[in-house]
Design a protein around this ligand. Structure first.
Ligand SMILES: Cc1ncc(C[n+]2csc(CCOP(=O)(O)OP(=O)(O)O)c2C)c(N)n1
Ligand SMILES: [Mg+2]
Length: 350
């Protein structure tokens, strides 16, 4: 067990037990949502051919989002369900989006990897590794000009640490003193490649410091430590000192839902899964006086919430064909003719 684990489970009761309970609740909601959405996929009721679960990474989403406020914006990578949930997304509309249904956040046309919602500041998930990163530099510049102190946060995986766009973005953010935060969720893997096979520079935050950002790394086991570290870089970002935070965690399952991780040993996987932020927070709550039965009841309530989200998604209808291009082009641009009707028209002429 790490120093962090020992401190949280056997030390004095945390000062903010109700805080930890809230963080636990949000992490449990993320985990249960991911478990349920995995079921949706296996039942053949999700819209995409791939589904990336963030189980094991809950502290990164919840710890960082706990430091965000109304008006802040963010982008995520392809493994972003937990982040959006932690920012206040409605699980019904998320599940429906992933199911390709009209009631989803993007009317079923974005899906798991392209979900977005301007109302909650979600500028978009992105399936291109590193693709969502530069958008926060633009959002940061807009925020700086508006002078409201809103921060824009890019969430991405360790795979993006090897993408040039990250360095271009960090450079501009530092040069222009933008209210921007870069958050690397280091789950140790990019698909089947362990980070040690991808880079020699394992101290990821040092790269950010080299560009003039405030760069930190935190162990993702303890959500309160993640939140603390996030608060520090967030406070800097709010005053125009861009920051970077790497959260060290472990990807519990395969890259996507159907990946059985043949490239890693069972014993290594079992070891990695010991780094469980949800169980860690639960143990800390019990240690500080919360009844296990109380937490069981909380968990059951969350299960019911997520079961209901599946029911909502399954019962919802698909977007009508006529809405194919709605929300894709600007409001003043004429909608292009759907390819299918164009093909039908051409065939009819023959
Ligand atoms: C530019 C680009 N290269 C390759 C891919 C294929 N790809 C999809 S996810 C992924 C791994 C990403 O790893 P990481 O950034 O650590 O995120 P994680 O999946 O671990 O959350 C790769 C290589 C892609 N989508 N975009
Ligand atoms: Mg990764």
């Amino acid at each position: 067990m790490t120093q962090t684990a020992l401190r949280a489970t056997s030390g004095p009761a945390p000062r903010h037990n109700s805080d930890l309970r809230e963080l636990y609740t949000q992490m449990r909601r993320v985990r249960t949502f991911e478990e349920r959405v995995g079921e949706l996929f296996v039942r053949g009721q999700s819209a995409g051919s791939m589904l990336h679960l963030s189980i094991g990474e809950e502290s990164a989403a919840v710890g960082v989002c706990a430091t965000m406020r109304q008006g802040d914006t963010f982008t995520t990578h392809h493994r972003g369900h937990g982040i959006f949930l932690a920012r206040g997304a409605d699980p019904n509309r998320m599940m429906a989006e992933i199911g390709g249904k009209e009631t989803g956040y993007c009317h079923g046309k974005g899906g798991s990897m392209h979900i977005a919602d301007m109302g909650l500041g979600h500028l978009g998930a992105n399936a291109i590794v590193g693709g969502g990163i530069p958008a926060v530099v633009g959002a940061g510049l807009a925020s700086k000009r508006a002078g409201k102190g809103d921060v824009s946060v890019a969430f991405f995986g360790d795979g993006a640490m090897q993408q040039g766009i990250l360095y271009e973005s960090m450079n501009m953010a530092a040069l222009w003193d933008l209210p921007v935060l870069f958050v690397c969720i280091n789950n140790q893997y990019g698909m089947g490649t362990h980070i040690d096979q991808a880079t020699k520079g394992r101290e990821l935050h040092l790269r950010a410091r080299a560009f003039g950002l405030q760069g930190e790394t935190v162990d993702g086991l303890d959500v309160t430590e993640v939140r603390e570290a996030a608060q520090e870089v967030m406070d800097g970002a709010r005053t125009g000192q861009p920051g970077f935070l790497a959260v060290e965690c472990y990807r519990f399952f395969g890259h996507a839902r159907m990946d059985k991780s043949p490239y890693r040993k069972d014993e290594d996987e079992a070891l990695g899964r010991q780094k469980d932020p949800v169980l860690h927070a639960r143990a800390a709550l019990i240690e500080s006086g919360t009844e296990a039965g109380d937490l069981d009841a909380l968990d059951r309530g969350i299960e019911a919430e997520m079961d209901q989200a599946i029911d909502f998604a399954v019962a919802s209808g698909e977007p009508p064909l006529a809405s194919m291009f709605r929300d894709v082009y600007g409001p003043d641009e004429p909608e292009p003719e759907p390819v299918r009707t164009r093909i039908d028209r051409v065939l009819a002429r023959e």
